[in-house]
Design a protein around this ligand. Structure first.
Ligand code: NDP
Length: 295
């Protein structure tokens, strides 16, 4: 069997086009233009690229983008003051503080200061708690994108055996909660899990969010399973260059799986699309309007 490739780039573009339509309707019917503020502290090149990509996606969707670039010496008090200003600004519906932050700033203090209604990253404990208790919430973008990708293969995930490798607060745990919300039977594996290959072989849906290049081998995968690879790992490539690989050994896995995401071009583009989807959702919620009917 050769797996179907789940084309996150195209799926993400289609999602962004639907978000743009809903954004235009929101603006025409209610005079609301969703706005996303992105805060970057310092000059980390990878973060700068990511922030630029996000800002472009926001403006392409017809939303307002407010970029705040602060020097790497910025104090925690200065960053807190900016977050509070953005919390109070009615033109800002979503706030995203790019991580990692410099060492003089405690990220949890900053993330917890963001108004939960503007927390488009879904990292605030209020949103994590709402997700865990099945209440409407702004949910972390990468897990949100993973579930949307799985649902392009299976119209319903109900009753499926899902294995999530990784239990971070930004990917593994919220992904497990979202899958429970879809009525999947969920196993969360991590570095202390015994016999991980055997656990993975139980999965109809396998999600790898580890950060270890090509850790998941072809013989860990149940024939026909859907594999969503969250990992982004830079490894040495040809001619002294580097290349990106996921947490799954792609060529081995595609020979066994039913469907699989590539890296790059799988989960990454969906994360960006879900940032703007969350901004639209936040703008609708703030105006007391129903959830946009997308996805
Ligand atoms: P973390 O480092 O926070 O978490 C990694 C998880 O993997 C931990 O729960 C850890 O277990 C588990 N783990 C580590 N080693 C093993 C092992 N040998 N066997 C089983 N489990 C293991 O990473 P993140 O969740 O932040 O990110 C995971 C990957 O996803 C990274 O490659 C990251 O770059 C990528 N990523 C991609 C995004 C995208 O947009 N595509 C967005 C966010 C992340 P334990 O808890 O026991 O330590």
């Amino acid at each position: 069997m050769t797996a179907t490739i789940i084309d996150g780039k195209t799926i993400g573009q289609n999602l962004r086009a639907r978000i743009a339509e809903e954004t235009a309707a929101l603006s025409q019917q209610h005079g609301i233009v969703p706005g996303l503020a992105v805060v970057l502290v310092g000059t980390d090149p990878a973060s700068e690229v990511y922030v630029r990509t996000k800002s472009k996606a926001v403006t392409d969707a017809g939303m307002r983008s407010f970029d705040h670039k602060l020097p790497k010496e910025t104090s925690q008090a200065e960053l807190l003051a900016l977050v509070q200003k953005l919390n109070a600004d009615p033109t800002v519906h979503g706030i995203l503080v790019q991580l990692p932050l410099p060492s003089q700033i405690d990220s949890s203090v900053i993330l917890n200061a963001i108004d939960p209604g503007k927390d488009v990253d879904g990292f605030h404990p209020m949103n994590a708690g709402r997700l865990a208790t099945g209440l409407p919430a702004l949910v972390p973008c990468t897990p949100f994108g993973c579930v949307l990708l799985a649902k392009t293969v299976h119209t319903s995930l109900a009753g499926m055996d899902a294995v999530v490798i990784g239990r971070s607060n930004i990917v593994g745990k919220p992904l497990a909660q979202l899958l429970l919300g879809e009525n999947a039977t969920v196993t969360v594996a991590h570095s202390k899990t015994r016999n991980l290959p055997e656990v993975c072989r139980r999965a109809d849906l396998l999600f790898a969010a580890v950060g270890r290049p090509e850790m998941v081998r072809g013989d860990w995968i149940r024939p026909g399973a859907t594999v969503i690879d969250v990992g982004i790992n830079r490894v040495p490539g040809e001619g002294g260059k580097t290349r990106l690989v996921g947490d799954v050994a792609f060529e081995e896995a595609r020979a066994v799986a039913g469907a699989i995401t590539p890296v790059p071009g799988g989960v990454g583009p969906m994360t960006i699309a879900c940032v703007i989807l969350n901004t639209l959702r936040a703008a609708c919620a703030r105006a007391g309007l129903p959830e946009p009917k997308i996805s």
